[in-house]
Design a protein around this ligand. Structure first.
Ligand code: FE
Ligand code: FE
Ligand code: ZN
Length: 304
């Protein structure tokens, strides 16, 4: 099973991310190359990349199981302001360049939000944008993430994802990232994952699935909310997430947790403790742990 979680990309860059992932018991991980909500990017350090590669090799993390997540300020669907649309294209290009520099071969992208226009127009803008993004000799594959359909998000149905995949010129450079919370919130039943995979296979083809975001959901199916929940504590539930995690058809596909941090910082009420080591352990042991919250908080508090 290829299982990991979202990790930081701090001062040690990819090397730091890899170390954090190993600490949680991962053999895959996902990172943002900088803050997801802004465009400040530090220059990549070549020796840290080399360290990361060596360390990953020693710890059996394959590069194909390392995922970059593009920042969500990129919105290719909205072209009402041509300069901003161009900015999104250039910024995504730059992120792909950074991936190429590190040898990272997969980048997840939120397709975009169709603000003030129809979804069809939004999808056409996404296609036109993506066709301008592709670099010469690009190796990094862009994974379109399935979205919850919050507001005017494009990509919350398989037919929307398919429309984008059909529209791009270089088909081999595109794939799909399934997000279980988003799919559930978009109205797809994650309790019958095999039925969903059959539908996906007929519409798009299973070989396009190159990443899974494994998250529970705070809300009922079809509510288009996008609020992630810890594994087994939401409306999808432990057993369904476990069977997705162990799905024979997605054996080679990395599963990445993006579940909420636990505990609370008294000053700013921010959640502060990463639950990943504990959730990964639950999934490996195939055993739900009702005291996850207490266990995580207890573990990190005694560390301080
Ligand atoms: Fe995402
Ligand atoms: Fe996600
Ligand atoms: Zn989400």
């Amino acid at each position: 099973m290829i299982l990991g979680c979202h990790v930081n990309f701090g001062s040690e860059q990819l090397f730091g991310s890899a170390k954090q992932a190993i600490g949680y018991g991962c053999n895959a991980f996902m990172f943002y190359t900088g803050a997801p909500q802004n465009t400040i990017r530090k220059k990549l350090d070549e020796s840290l990349i080399l360290n990361a590669k060596k360390y990953m090799k020693e710890n059996n993390i394959l590069m194909e199981n390392v995922i970059c997540h593009a920042p969500y300020i990129i919105n290719l669907a909205n072209r009402s302001d041509e300069t901003r649309w161009q900015f999104s294209i250039n910024f995504l290009k730059n992120e792909i360049l950074r991936c190429e520099e590190m040898g990272v071969t997969r980048i997840v992208l939120h397709p975009g939000s169709a603000v003030g226009i129809s979804k069809e127009e939004g999808i056409q803008n996404i296609i036109d944008g993506l066709n301008r993004v592709i670099l010469e000799n690009q190796k990094c594959v862009i994974l379109l993430e399935t979205m919850a359909g919050k507001g005017s998000e494009c990509g919350s149905t398989l037919s929307e994802i398919k429309a984008i995949l059909d529209g791009v010129n270089v088909k081999s450079l595109f794939g799909v990232c399934l997000d279980t919370c988003h799919l559930h919130d978009a109205g797809y039943d994650m309790h019958d994952f095999n039925a969903f995979l059959n539908e996906f296979d007929q519409e798009i083809g299973l070989s396009k699935i190159l990443c899974v975001h494994l998250n529970d959901s705070k809300n009922e199916m079809g509510t288009h909310k996008d609020r992630h929940e810890n594994i087994g504590f939401g409306k999808i539930g432990f057993d369904s997430l476990l069977s997705i995690c162990y799905s024979e058809k997605l054996k080679e596909v990395p599963k990445i947790l993006e579940t909420p941090y636990l505990g609370e910082n008294k000053e700013d009420k921010k959640r502060i403790y990463p639950p990943y080591a504990f959730e990964i352990n639950m999934l490996k042991q195939k055993q739900f742990c009702l005291s996850l919250y207490e266990d995580v908080v207890h573990f990190y508090k005694k560390d301080l």
